[in-house]
Design a protein around this ligand. Structure first.
Ligand SMILES: *Cc1c(COP(=O)(O)O)cnc(C)c1O
Length: 462
């Protein structure tokens, strides 16, 4: 595999096909890439649903005993194999030792989340003390904004994407209202140029430069959930800082997907959920990051006992000994069962690195792109063939593993046909499919099968 990793993904696929003497679209290419994938064994750490277990599958057109083609890790990551035994351990501790489990055993509940924050920090490029696992993503976004959004009469705006994830949009809007300000005036929404699907970095930087004086917080996603665009977080952070803004990122679609260097980039704050690329299960415990440079200056607005220093937390003196940095933002004791499933996943990440995963990811997603372009044209002047436009940027440095495919035909029928055949991906009507080959557990064969099945689905539904 290493021989191909330096090449552009499309060139690597062509090179493999030439070596094998077959078409780049041949399943032989996928087989070869899987055989040479030094991360292929990681799939063993996850439970891949069988086609027969998926409600929409139709055993007349799909092999029920096969693994499904799971391409929805951007929405809900697969279950780590160890999650169940870790959960059972704590159910057992609860049953047999009750309250003693708060402080006893291999995973004492009272500080269990602290024991996996180092693993979490590695995945997002942070120091352990810059990361807290707590709450859900939107809750963390609110808690962080309560401290980082400090509007003044001249600097009161929050810059975000025009089509940000709804929860982020609502969170920002309500934070603005909470300060008695008008979202019409204080919410600065940045849309792509007319006729374009994604934002240009130069346009983002220009807005920050031009309007920076009035911007209190630049709040972007790391990877855009709909288009799959990976933003240049480093450049955005620098541009924001030059104008005196705080810069925060929602890394829901970036954590566990792309290499993050939250610390080195100097990002002020960040938050992310753990059930997408981090495989902790629906509603899993979320992450928050506050850069260490703010350790003594940025304080939590809302307080709870979990922000108190662990050493004296349970003395109950009501004299707050606030932990510095993000640790002080903790409010409640953390859900041990959610810690278990996240631990199971982070331990798999620990056996590799985001750098290695990213290397595979570039090839895996590049392979998907290559196959789509092989079979489907983006050129609407060619009649008779369905057109598929990849709205995700073609520059691999501007995307994670997800490709968002926009079809010239209504997508619902196609999507239903895909589901009948054991494909799990995401549909956004009227015409977009979001497909995420995850380097942690997806194979090149998954990608090849998907494209094959997509052909059948398009043929059947047209
Ligand atoms: C998935 C996602 C959310 C979901 O928020 P929860 O609080 O975890 O329900 C919010 N924002 C973004 C950008 C997301 O991708």
């Amino acid at each position: 595999m290493d021989a191909f990793l330096g090449l552009r993904p499309g060139d690597a696929v062509e090179r493999v096909a030439a070596t094998l003497g077959c078409s780049p679209a041949s399943p032989q290419v996928a087989r070869y890439l899987d055989q040479h994938d030094n991360l292929g064994h990681l799939r063993e750490n996850f439970l891949v649903p069988k086609v027969s277990d998926l409600p929409p599958s139709d055993l007349a057109v799909a092999d029920g005993g096969a693994d499904c083609i799971y391409l929805s890790g951007n929405s809900l990551g697969l279950q780590p194999r160890k999650a169940r035994s870790y959960l059972e351990e704590e159910l057992d501790n609860w049953a047999r030792k009750g309250v003693h489990s708060h402080t006893e055993g291999a995973r004492p509940w009272a500080w269990a989340e602290n024991t996996i924050e180092g693993l979490m920090a590695d995945v997002v490029g942070a120091k352990t003390e810059e990361v807290a696992l707590m709450n859900g993503l939107t809750v963390n976004l609110h808690l962080l904004m309560l401290s980082f959004y400090r509007p003044t009469s001249t600097r009161h705006k929050i810059l975000l994407e025009d089509k940000a994830f709804p929860s982020d949009h609502y969170a920002v809007e309500s934070q603005i209202r909470l300060r008695g300000l008008d979202p019409q005036l204080s919410m600065l929404l940045l849309a792509p140029r007319p006729g374009e699907d994604t934002l240009r970095t130069e346009d983002i930087l220009e807005v920050i430069q031009k309007e920076g004086d009035s911007i209190a917080v630049v709040m972007f996603s790391g990877v855009q959930y709909y288009t799959g665009q990976l933003f240049d977080m480093h450049a955005i952070t620098e541009a924001g800082h030059k104008q005196g803004c705080f810069v925060g990122f929602d890394c829901a679609h970036a954590a566990g997907n792309v290499e993050l260097k939250l610390h080195d980039w100097g990002v002020d704050f960040a938050c992310w959920c753990s059930y997408k690329y981090l495989n902790s299960g629906a509603g899993g415990i979320a992450g928050a990051f506050v850069h260490e440079k703010h350790k003594d200056t940025i304080k939590p607005t809302l307080l709870g006992w979990w922000g108190h220093d662990l050493k004296t937390r349970f003395q109950m003196t009501n004299m707050l000994d606030l932990q510095p940095g993000v640790s002080g933002f903790r409010l409640s004791n953390q859900p041990i069962l959610l810690v278990c499933s996240l631990q199971a996943s982070l331990e798999v990440f620990k056996t590799t690195s985001m750098q290695a995963l990213r290397r595979k990811s570039l090839l895996l997603t590049g392979y998907l792109e290559h196959l789509i372009q092989h079979f489907y044209t983006e050129d609407p002047s060619q009649p008779g063939r369905p057109h598929v436009l990849i709205i995700t940027p073609s520059d691999p440095q501007q995307r994670g593993c997800q490709l968002s495919l926009s079809f010239s035909v209504p997508i619902r029928r196609v999507y239903e046909e895909l589901q009948r055949r054991g494909v799990v991906c995401d549909m956004r009507e009227p015409s977009v499919l979001r497909v995420a080959p995850v380097p942690l557990y997806n194979s090149f064969r998954d990608v090849h099968r998907f494209v094959e099945v997509l052909g059948e689905a398009l043929a059947t539904s047209s």
